[in-house]
Design a binder for this molecule. Structure first.
Ligand code: G6P
Ligand code: MG
Length: 219
């Protein structure tokens, strides 16, 4: 039974989650909306437009369309200033080893990210060639927790959802994988990602034996 792997990007492959956090926090504070780690958790995996909508809801704010668009641009500009300084050193520990193992063993690999900056970031850290297919925020209309991004990944990889193993650091992403009957693997805090089928703190825990367990697991 062939298996395929789908990786989320932000917070899974690279630690850009902290850059998103800083940029959203600045924006929220400029609108006088309080923004802590807890709010941030709810934005992980969530598209740029939905994230801003949530912040406005939390603060009970309504703004014009022009202002909305300018805030989205401002957030992205600030975020990209962080991304500009990224290099292969920003790949999270163990990720390269996992990708190398999966490639050597001919597993199909896709990226499934909500980010419109995904290709740019993969280029910056030199990982583009590991992915057979990239599905990002430019290609989907329904954001996580909708599984569209992962279903597209499966389609491109030529596998059924039941054959896919998804690595995710967000609650929205774990929900998306579960909804589509994919194996969901939480990367990060187990308490936060309690709905995942498997949990790991990071990829250094994903030894070859562990990866084999995942590929043999029937949900
Ligand atoms: C990922 C991140 C989110 C981010 C979203 C859109 O899912 O986890 O924090 O808002 O991508 O990213 P973008 O780079 O397009 O603003
Ligand atoms: Mg993520």
């Amino acid at each position: 039974f062939k298996k395929a792997f789908i990786f989320d990007l932000d917070g899974v492959i690279v630690d850009t989650a902290k850059f998103h956090f800083l940029a959203w926090k600045n924006l929220a504070e400029s609108l006088e909306v309080s923004f802590s780690e807890e709010e941030n958790e709810q934005l992980k995996g969530v598209s740029r437009i939905n994230s801003l909508q949530k912040i406005l809801e939390w603060g009970n704010k309504s703004i014009s369309e022009d202002k909305f668009n300018s805030l989205m641009a401002q957030k992205n500009e600030e975020y990209l200033a962080f991304v500009d300084r990224m290099s292969p050193e920003d790949i999270l520990p163990g990720v390269l080893e996992t990708l190398t193992y999966l490639k050597e063993n001919n597993y199909p690999i896709a990226l499934g990210s909500a980010s419109k900056n995904a290709r740019h970031i993969l280029t910056k850290v030199g990982l583009t060639s590991y992915f057979d297919h990239i599905v990002d925020g430019n290609e989907v209309s329904k954001a996580k927790p909708d599984p569209e991004v992962f279903l597209k990944g499966c389609e491109l990889l030529g596998v059924e959802p039941e054959q896919a193993i998804v690595f995710e650091d967000s609650q929205a992403g774990i929900k998306a994988a579960n909804t589509a009957h994919m194996l969901s693997v939480g990367i990060g805090d187990k308490a936060v990602l309690s709905e995942a089928d498997f949990n790991f703190e990071g990829f250094t825990e994903l030894t070859e034996d562990t990866l084999k367990t995942l590929t043999n697991f029937k949900k």
